[in-house]
Design a binder for this molecule. Sequence first.
Ligand code: DQA
Length: 145
Amino acid sequence: MTSVLILNGPNLNLLGTRQPEVYGRTTLDDIEAMCSDHGQAIEMSVEFAQSNIEGELVNHIHAARNRHAGIILNAGAYTHTSIALMDALASVELPAIELHLSNVHAREDFRHKSYIARVATGLICGFGAKGYVLAMDALKDHLSD
Ligand code: DQA
């Protein structure tokens, strides 16, 4: 079975109560359950993780190298700042989907820059929690090409 890492960065542990007008009311636990259900439907096994700490996210990406076929990454604000996460993704050479709940390009200018996009296979943003399921389908499709 295809196995993927779904990795979430800073402040995403607060989903559900964090700026619900921007990010919706779905919690990260709800999203994990949604991904696990969808994984069963499309025969994809899912490891789900979250950290507020940049170095821990780097460690998760390194650990994915021999365990997973791809990565779905919502790096939160580190998307716009972290050369370390970009380098980690480039180092493990796994296909990666950059994901955001909100449409970052319709928001502040500082959210238009993404270090992750430079090394990602593709980008999904603006579809709220459903984006996670869309990213799983996109990665599955990409891996079967
Ligand atoms: C986010 C968008 C980022 O700009 C922001 O810093 C986040 C969440 C999103 O999912 O829409 O923390 O990644």
